[in-house]
Design a protein around this ligand. Structure first.
Ligand code: ZN
Length: 149
């Protein structure tokens, strides 16, 4: 269900939305972040975002984030270390991003219609600057980089 926020946007999810940013920080070299190309048919299709989606009634944002990450990419929290979370509160609607660390840059691919033709990729922060992010992720990105540089 669509919702409007106090900032004048239209968002999917009456109870807000949530997603998971997975980081892999190798011992040498820059950290990488797992992003998903959004399919043409979904909101802000063609941009890059994190797996995630609307929070359902009765769900915590964390439960919603992991449910969506499972449905979209087959991700489970097992073996991933929580780093922190960021709340982007638009007034009347909010987006929670969980940030987790992965010991590996594991191969990931989209399992349902929400992933676009470019699939999933591990980007350095520098590379993220060269692609079009989902506007919500773009707004949160500087905060996420402070949490998980
Ligand atoms: Zn908004």
């Amino acid at each position: 269900m669509w919702a409007s926020c106090d900032a004048g946007h239209t968002h999917w999810g009456r109870h807000g939305a949530a997603g998971v940013l997975v980081r892999h920080a190798p011992e040498t070299g820059p950290a990488r972040y797992l992003l998903q190309h959004r399919a043409r048919g979904v909101h802000h299709g063609g941009t890059w975002g994190v797996p995630g989606g609307a929070v359902e009634r009765g769900e915590t944002p964390e439960q919603a984030a992991w449910r969506e990450a499972w449905e979209e990419l087959g991700l489970r929290p097992d073996g991933l270390r929580p780093v922190g979370s960021h709340l982007d509160d638009h007034g009347g609607w909010s987006y929670h991003t969980l940030v987790v660390d992965s010991p590996t840059a594991f191969p990931a691919r989209g399992l349902n219609f929400e992933t676009g033709p470019d699939g999933c990729r591990w980007f350095t922060a520098h590379e993220v600057g060269a692609v079009t992010l989902h506007p919500g992720l773009a707004a949160a990105w500087p905060h996420l980089m402070r949490l998980a540089p």
